[in-house]
Write a protein of this length. Structure first.
Length: 157
């Protein structure tokens, strides 16, 4: 099956524009917070950067096959998608539970929760299609992922 080159071409740059900050020196959180945990700006920024890194990893896994994607390739990338999806879900949970003690960053945190949740929903669907080897459905879902990534970028991540 052909992976729509235009969908990949639009999804990957959108995510990389979204993921401009470096996260190589950040540790990856492994737990969530109790609801309404008050955090400092650095924790929020670290969690945002970790969420961005998981989205970047997800798109990298999708784009690693070039302009075509077969059923076998979709199944082969599913473990990579799983890992990125789990990290994105963790970061969504952390960002949803925390409350930033900086008003401007708290406003930004509030603004990104809905769009990030929509991106994670798209990631869940795409990962499911990858596991089942349904390259056609996966390819069709890329447009929705691209749209949700653009909305997330508009919201501030």
């Amino acid at each position: 099956m052909r992976l729509c080159a235009w969908a990949a071409a639009l999804t990957v740059p959108a995510l990389f524009a979204l993921c401009g900050c470096g996260t190589s020196s950040l540790s990856t959180p492994t737990t969530t917070f109790p609801h309404t945990t008050i955090v400092g700006p650095q924790t929020f920024l670290n969690d945002s950067a970790a969420a961005t890194a998981s989205l970047r990893d997800f798109v990298n896994a999708l784009s690693g096959n070039g302009p075509t994607l077969t059923s076998a390739q979709a199944k082969a990338i599913s473990p990579l998608l799983d890992g990125a999806l789990r990290r994105a879900q963790l970061e969504l949970a952390r960002l949803s539970a925390e409350q930033v003690d900086d008003a401007r960053l708290e406003t930004q945190r509030h603004a990104v929760i809905g769009p990030l949740s929509a991106v994670v929903s798209e990631m869940i669907a795409i990962t499911g299609f990858a596991h089942s080897g349904n390259a056609v459905a996966l390819t069709h879902r890329l447009a929705g992922l691209r749209t949700q990534l653009a909305a997330l970028s508009q919201a501030g991540i």
